[in-house]
Design a protein around this ligand. Structure first.
Ligand code: R5P
Length: 284
């Protein structure tokens, strides 16, 4: 059994190989002077079950994934499971305006051509999985890993930024062993919006705000400022996919006591691995 790691998912690939007791393939990945991508797998994968791990963000990582799939297929592998820990483009899962592509579907159609099975983690729009109609596909939840981490921090309340993500906050809270709630926004005047939990108080509590994606960090930063004013003792920001566009991480670190993200995207806030959750799915 082999894990092949793309350049977007190096530490997760290493961790996954450890948990699966698989070999980590030696892979060379580089760019030509004209920026075209070159990949080469140095191990012999004939007869092996192969797990190829590569997040499809930013764009350059997508072509690298296709080349790695093709390189794996050049061997006579026993099976190929393609794992996309963060599925870029999942937020364009429908036509918002005529003339637009359904970007998430475009990616699905291409990825499934060269694989026997597909896994992703906390995909933003769960209907993305349905576009994998040629191979078995699975969305793996990161909440057990996030919950285990927050438990070590003594979190007393888990909040989602809105009602739409309340179910995920509840799942995390169940792992931590604490309450959950979701934030509601109230517009006080043209310029002031207040955010507070729907039913529970934050005063004196260690609170975690959990979202699937942190992009600019704006949503959680605003919420954290408000919760501080309401007397929260400590505020933790946690997410599955930490994009942290622009100065997103610095902004959040300015208002939160801790910012943590999983290794679906590798960045300075990564402190939770989803390797065990992926390994569980791989063994099923
Ligand atoms: C939105 O649908 C997502 O679940 C996140 O709430 C969103 O991506 C957060 O964006 P930002 O970090 O830019 O506020």
């Amino acid at each position: 059994m082999y894990v092949v790691g793309g350049s977007a998912s190096q530490s997760l690939s290493k961790e996954l190989a450890k948990v699966l007791k698989a070999k980590l393939a030696t892979v060379e990945i580089r760019r030509f002077p004209d920026d075209e991508c070159y990949v080469r797998i140095d191990d012999n994968l004939d007869g092996e079950d192969v797990f190829l791990v590569q997040t499809t963000w930013p764009d350059g990582k997508i072509i690298e994934l296709f080349l790695l799939q093709d390189a794996v297929r050049e061997f006579e592998v026993s099976s190929l499971t393609t794992i996309v820990p963060y599925y870029g483009y999942a937020r364009q899962d429908k036509q918002f305006k005529p003339g637009e592509p359904i970007s998430a579907r475009a990616l699905a159609r291409l990825i499934q051509v060269q694989t026997d099975e597909f896994f992703t983690v906390d995909v933003h729009a769960p209907n993305v999985i349905d576009w994998f109609d040629q191979v078995p596909a699975r969305n793996i939840f990161a909440y057990p890993a996030i919950g285990r981490h927050l438990k070590t921090r003594g979190i007393q309340l888990v909040l989602s930024p809105d009602e739409g993500r309340a179910e995920n906050a509840k799942r995390v809270a169940d792992v931590v062993g604490c309450d959950s709630d979701f934030l509601v926004k109230e517009r006080l005047d043209g310029e002031t919006v207040e955010m507070a939990p729907k039913s529970l108080e934050v005063e004196g509590k260690k609170v975690a705000i959990v979202d699937d994606i942190i992009s600019t960090g704006g949503t959680i930063a605003k919420a954290a400022e408000q919760l501080k004013k309401q007397g929260a003792a400590k505020i933790f920001a946690a997410c599955t996919h930490g994009i942290f566009a622009k100065d997103g991480l610095a902004k959040l670190r300015g208002v939160c006591d801790e910012v943590c993200a999983t290794d679906t995207i590798e960045n300075p806030a990564t402190c939770i691995s989803v390797a065990s959750e992926i390994a569980k799915a791989a063994r099923d």
